[in-house]
Design a protein around this ligand. Structure first.
Ligand SMILES: [Zn+2]
Length: 359
C-alpha cells in the first residue's frame, strides 16, 4: 500500500500545538488512529474510558469492583459498549492492580482481587469476548504501575519530540504511594519493568500486608500508618499547633519515605539502572505535607555529596488516571504492531543486565 504524508496537530509540552509529519495510509485521513477502550481493574473500583492519541476522551466511567469475577465480565461488556457508543473497539488495554503472567493472559497474584477470585482467570480472552474487539491479538494486559510507567514514557517521548516507539535513552520510574507502595520502571530502550518496591526489607518494627516483617510498605504506606498510629495518614495532623514544625508522626513518615526511596534507587542502581526521574501518584505522596518537595531536596543533597545521581521528582502527568491512560496507549501501540516489551515481574530488575548484555 502506498504511504502518504499527512499533517496532524500534535500537543507540545507548553500546551500549544505543532504540525508533525506522519507517515500513514490513506485511511488515516478520515480515521484518527485506532478506537481503543481502556479498562482499569482495581481492588475497590473499576474504570473505563475511550482513549485516543494517548489521551482520555471524556470522563472515565467508575464502578465498584464486583465481588464476583463473572460479574466483572458482564460489567466490562456493558461499560465498553457505553464508552464507545456501541461501536466495537480496534484494541483494548487492561490495567490491573496485580501481577500479570509471563504470557500476558492472566493475573497471577493480586491483593484484594486475589481474595475475590480474579486470579488465574483467562482475562485477556474474556476482555476480547466482552468488548467484541475486532482482533483479539490487540488486547493487552499490564500491571497498573506498568501502565503508569508507560504513560510517563509516552510523555517523555512527546517532550523529546520522539515517535511513539522510539527509545528515550534514559531510565525513569513511576511510583505510587497510597494504601501501598508500588513502582515500575521504563528503561532507556523503552522496556517496562514492574517492581514490587514496597516489599523490600527496610527495617524491623512493622508487619507488611503479606505478613512479612519490615517491608518498606509496612512503614510508609497509608495502611502501614493506620496500623502504627491507629489512624490514616490524612487524619494525622501535619504540623504542631501554631507552627510549621512537623508532628513526630509525619517526621517519621517522611524519614522512612526518604530511606525507602534511597533503598529503591540503590536496588535499581545495583541492577544497572540509572533513574533520572520519578513520577508519583497516590494520596500519601501527593497530599502529605510537602512530601515531594522534601524528597527532591533530600535527593539533591545526596547528589551534591555524590551519594547518588541527580533525580528529578515530579507528579505523574496523568495523575490518578495514569493507569487508564497507559493501558490505552499500550493498546494503541499493540494495534500498530509495537506491543510494549514488558519484563515478567518475577524476573523484574534482575533481568535487565542480562537483556542489555545480549543485545
Ligand atoms: Zn510486603
Amino acid at each position: 500500500m502506498p504511504a502518504l504524508l499527512i499533517e496532524r496537530p500534535r500537543r507540545t509540552s507548553e500546551g500549544g500545538t505543532t504540525a508533525t509529519l506522519v507517515r500513514g495510509a490513506p485511511a488515516l485521513l478520515t480515521h484518527e488512529g485506532p478506537r481503543v477502550v481502556s479498562v482499569e481493574i482495581g481492588g475497590t473500583e473499576m474504570r473505563f474510558a475511550r482513549v485516543q492519541d494517548g489521551e482520555l476522551i471524556g470522563t472515565p466511567m467508575k464502578v465498584k469492583t464486583p465481588s464476583r469475577y463473572s460479574d466483572a465480565k458482564r460489567l466490562i461488556r456493558d461499560a465498553s459498549h457505553v464508552v464507545l457508543g456501541g461501536q466495537r473497539p480496534d484494541a483494548a488495554g487492561v490495567s490491573i492492580a496485580g501481577e500479570v503472567s509471563r504470557n500476558g493472559q492472566t493475573i497471577e497474584s493480586a491483593g484484594r482481587l486475589q481474595e475475590i477470585g480474579y486470579t488465574d482467570q483467562p482475562i485477556a480472552d474474556d476482555v476480547t469476548e466482552a468488548t467484541r474487539v475486532r482482533d483479539g491479538r490487540n488486547v493487552v494486559v499490564l500491571n497498573d504501575c506498568g501502565t503508569g510507567a508507560l504513560a510517563e514514557l509516552a510523555e517523555r517521548r512527546r517532550e523529546m519530540g520522539l515517535n511513539p516507539n522510539d527509545p528515550v535513552g534514559e531510565d525513569g520510574m513511576f511510583a505510587t504511594l497510597s494504601t501501598g507502595y508500588g513502582a515500575a520502571i521504563y528503561t532507556g530502550e523503552g522496556w517496562i519493568v514492574p517492581d514490587p518496591a514496597g516489599h523490600r526489607f527496610l527495617r524491623s518494627g512493622a508487619i507488611c500486608g503479606d505478613e512479612q516483617e519490615g517491608h518498606a510498605e509496612a512503614h510508609i504506606s497509608g495502611s502501614g500508618q493506620k496500623k502504627e498510629f491507629g489512624r490514616r495518614s490524612e487524619d494525622i495532623p501535619e504540623y504542631l499547633p501554631g507552627t510549621r514544625i512537623l508532628t513526630p508522626e509525619w517526621r517519621k513518615i517522611k524519614d522512612d519515605f526518604h530511606d525507602t526511596v534511597d533503598m529503591t534507587l540503590g536496588a535499581y542502581q545495583a541492577a544497572g539502572l540509572d533513574i533520572k526521574r520519578i513520577a508519583w501518584t497516590g494520596s500519601v505522596a501527593l497530599k502529605g505535607p510537602t512530601m515531594l518537595t522534601d524528597l527532591q531536596q533530600h535527593l539533591d543533597h545526596r547528589a551534591a555529596r555524590e551519594q547518588g545521581s541527580s533525580v528529578k521528582i515530579t507528579e505523574a502527568v496523568h495523575g490518578e488516571e495514569s493507569g487508564l491512560v497507559g493501558a490505552g496507549q499500550a493498546a494503541t501501540l499493540t494495534h500498530e504492531g509495537n506491543r510494549p516489551f514488558v519484563i515478567y515481574y518475577k524476573d523484574g530488575i534482575n533481568a535487565i543486565k542480562g537483556l542489555r548484555a545480549s543485545r
